[in-house]
Ligand binder design. Structure first.
Ligand code: 13P
Ligand code: ZN
Length: 287
């Protein structure tokens, strides 16, 4: 088949940096044991020109209703016309890298605010993650705080999850314990970690609650389920979750042992000063 001039100008999407990065992130999350089976999901806001470099923006493969586990009704209007690459519902993170076209999709939020338009992917008839409402509402919330925000990641990191069962779920106490576990924690997430109680996943309700927390935190723990992270890039967002998970691992390795030493709050203040972090949750420190 001969290619049209238009097709020739476009690059091979399998080589697109955003696709390669999605694959690498999913593989790393799987490798670290954070995302068993279909656990976890990623959404990455793409610029129109980024997508146009690889896909025909006028070629909609399928129109898919906006859904969580069931039909949802939330206001997605701030994202109308925006493009995302999103992991598919029920898709295994371990398979993303080997078959991105089945496990990922590039979608555009339709003008009616009720559907999404599939431009590429979900080859087996799939659709975006059941956590789409929480992802989209989190994007809306984060974009208000940081216009550069592009990524939302949900994951089930093992030690973070384990910590939920043995540590109080109070935001201040949870954050403070994490800050105490690794020297760099307070510098990496000075705004702390938001915590939601256990809630039904895949619903608009958990989406709304997550987005509300995202107004002040880039990290939100879903008690006894996992964590949400948001950031400017896949690297930044992955790094946030990775840092929480490392701190939670140190906690789980030491929680049952007598604590002889700790990083003091006064030391944390010195770190904030050294790294010139001006905005932090001072009320989460015991000064
Ligand atoms: P999906 O397979 O729909 O992305 O759901 C996985 C998950 O982690 C639900 O919270
Ligand atoms: Zn989950």
């Amino acid at each position: 088949m001969t290619k049209t001039a238009d097709q020739k100008e476009r690059g091979d999407i399998f080589q697109a940096p955003f696709l390669r990065e999605m694959c690498a992130t999913a593989s790393n999350m799987y490798r670290l044991g954070w995302d068993e089976r279909n656990g976890g999901n990623i959404s990455y806001l793409l610029r129109e020109e980024e997508v146009a470099a690889y896909l025909d923006l006028n070629k909609v493969i399928r129109t898919i209703p906006l859904m969580g586990v069931n039909a949802v009704n939330f206001d997605i209007s701030p994202l109308i016309g925006k493009y995302f690459i999103v992991t598919g519902t029920g898709k295994y993170f371990k398979n993303v890298e080997g078959d991105p076209e089945t496990n990922l999709g590039v979608v555009r939020i339709a003008k009616d605010g009720k559907n999404i338009e599939l431009l590429w992917g979900y080859k087996d008839g799939g659709r975006p993650t059941s956590e789409f409402p929480a992802h989209m509402m989190s994007h809306i919330a984060r974009l208000k705080v940081d216009p550069e925000n592009r990524v939302v990641i949900h994951s089930h990191p093992t030690n973070t999850l384990a910590m939920n069962f043995v540590h109080e779920l109070d935001e201040k106490k949870f954050t403070h314990t994490l800050w105490e576990m690794c020297t760099e924690c307070i510098v990496v997430f000075p705004e702390g970690v938001g915590v939601l109680p256990w809630m039904l996943c895949g619903t608009s309700e958990i989406g709304e609650a997550t987005a509300k927390k995202m107004e002040e935190f880039r990290l939100v723990v879903w008690a006894m389920h996992g964590i949400y992270g948001a950031g400017k890039s896949l690297d930044e967002t992955f790094g946030l979750i990775e840092t929480v998970e490392k701190a939670a691992q140190i906690y789980m390795l030491t929680a049952h042992l007598p604590r002889i030493n700790t990083i003091k709050d006064a030391d944390m203040l010195k770190l904030l000063e050294l790294f010139k972090v001006e905005k932090y949750r001072r009320d989460f420190l015991d000064l």
